[in-house]
Design a binder for this molecule. Structure first.
Ligand code: IMP
Length: 213
């Protein structure tokens, strides 16, 4: 059986493949598709964005799809960056940070650190919603994963992606980017949501355990 993991983000793809590696399925990514269609993530919640991606890709490619939408919510910023996490640097909230010499991730992180300057409450959380959708069989499943933590004073570490260099998971004194990938997968929002999805896919008989050789 083939499932399309609807992402072009290498960091996410690596994590998703590693977590689902013991299933008897062939995981494809958008990079394996000859034609890639763009799906705009313009909804107000992670769930709506993930459903939009899963249903659009499933009807276009005619195979079951796993899609997810994730982001970082910071308490003193009313939940921002939230659904704007990927392009936080470019939105009006908190002022735009357009510095072409920096990567998008670096711009996002810098803007967040600036907004949190002198803030005592640095609590936040990563959230992920994962959707599995098979239009042929009419199966739709969604799960959520949350990883509580706080925003560091400065970036540290080179693992992971996105906000990982400035996100310290609860109970740790290192950033997510300083943790080994297996450790991140154990505690991360994406790890939790995907493990729940895996359990449901096995329970409902959609997939079986057994690594694809
Ligand atoms: P999307 O789910 O592709 O819309 O991306 C959301 C954005 O949230 C990413 O571009 C990252 O900036 C951020 N993000 C989501 N998951 C993670 C994670 O595990 N670590 C760091 N940043 C993340």
């Amino acid at each position: 059986m083939k499932i399309l993991v609807a992402t072009t983000n290498e960091g996410k793809l690596r994590e998703i493949k590693s977590i689902l590696s013991d299933l008897d399925v062939e995981l494809l990514s958008l990079k394996d598709m000859s034609k890639v269609i763009e799906v705009e993530e313009d909804k107000e919640t992670f769930l709506e964005n993930a459903i939009k991606k899963a249903t659009t890709y499933a009807s276009f490619y005619k195979i079951p799809v796993i899609a997810e939408d994730a982001g970082l919510e910071v308490d003193v910023l009313e939940g921002y960056p939230g659904v704007y996490s990927a392009r936080f640097y470019s939105i009006e909230y908190g002022g735009k940070l357009e510095d072409e010499s920096l990567s998008k991730d670096e711009r996002n992180n810098l803007k967040l650190l600036k907004l949190l300057e002198n803030k005592e409450n640095r609590k936040g959380r990563y959230k992920t919603v994962v959707v599995y959708y098979d239009s042929d069989k009419g199966i739709g499943i969604w799960t959520e994963g949350v990883c509580e933590g706080e925003i560091a004073q400065k970036p540290q570490g080179s693992g992971g992606f996105g906000y990982d260099p400035i996100f310290i998971p609860q109970g740790y004194n290192q950033t997510m980017a300083q943790l080994p990938p297996e450790e991140k997968n154990k505690i991360s929002h994406r790890g939790k949501a995907l493990n729940k999805l895996k359990e449901l896919l096995i329970k409902t008989g959609v997939v079986e355990i057994g690594a694809k050789s």
